[in-house]
Design a protein around this ligand. Sequence first.
Ligand SMILES: Cc1ncc(COP(=O)(O)O)c(C=O)c1O
Length: 406
Amino acid sequence: MKLPIYMDYHATTPVDPRVFAAMAPYFTEKFGNASSRNHSFGWVSEEAVERGRERVAHLINCDPSEIVFTSGATESDNLAIKGAAIGHRDKGNHIVTAATEHKAVIDTCKRLTHEGFDVTFLPVEPDGLIDPQLLADSIRPNTVLISIMGANNEIGVIQPLADIGRLARERGVLFHTDAAQAAGKIPIDVAAMKIDLLSLTAHKIYGPKGTGALYVRKSLPARLVPAMDGGGHERGLRSGTLNVPGIVGLGVACELAGGEMAKETERLTGYREKLKERLLSALDHVYLNGHPSKRLAMNLNLSFGYLEGEALLMSLRDVALSSGSACSTATAEPSHVLRALGLGEALARGSLRFGMGRFTTEEEVDYVAEKVIEQVKRLRASSPLYELATSGAGFDSDAWKHPAQV
Ligand SMILES: Cc1ncc(COP(=O)(O)O)c(C=O)c1O
């Protein structure tokens, strides 16, 4: 087993060697501009782009012509939300999203409030799921768009996309989903789920960073307003010379993810349950964040009472994990996702996210479990608060109560 161990697959993934091998020629001998119509260099690149488009489309069951290549899920979210909201402004100015969305959705919606849009940020249940009735009740005559993510990047919770899609279609509202974490991990069928717009990104599925896609349903009532003007690439929705190697990589990454999904889900669910059982049986005051089964196989998110997540991370030098104390690189605020589940600041700060993936081994899972148990015990041994809480002296701080307990 090689150290350090990577268990932060929600943040990003390594490029699969099979993906890398497929991309390599498009950096060197097959370097043509996919828009060059007059020579074979261009044709070779264009063909590769179209093959990539077919592979992405196949993963989510849409027509290849409905795929727009972008630089990643952040750009796809921006194009989908701003493009659809502004493009459909005639219909209304209200958007519905959820409190647990990624900042790429939350901040994009917030930006639109400066353009006269009104945004509802739906609260979630303590298990991280949205309440379908609350969603239905939030739709108004002027609602133009619902944006609810497929799977959460912190707690892995999978939202009921088909139910949301059905509701949105019935009520004549567009449905966008940020599937950055869901695509390639759970089955997605945009036709069956009645999804109008879907964002995905290559670097979460063993493809390269800086390449993503937006699915745009062909028969939307109005055109999206493009985020980038220029040469008119991608049906005018996203101008700019296409990133051919990136698109080839995204295509192969989608194909591999689709083919290996069932097997990987089973393997990683086994690892996740093993890791959870080990930690919960060896340690007290540990709580699972997010629904126990409606979550990505790869995701385990736990809060450790009487402990700072950052201190625990620092003590786990040879394991790459993430804590819920920073929701983005720029802030040290406790995670807005964990806060939305109802966790107090202390438990939100005392959380760890375990993200397993294609190259995780059972040996690594065992090692991480042992290390975490060892370090939690060590840190708590010098914690007066933990001592008080477990000494039977009647100390019971509300600050450390988990919503799953109450
Ligand atoms: C749910 C979700 N949405 C959007 C993004 C942003 O994706 P990208 O890095 O491709 O812009 C991420 C990645 O952090 C994510 O997890």
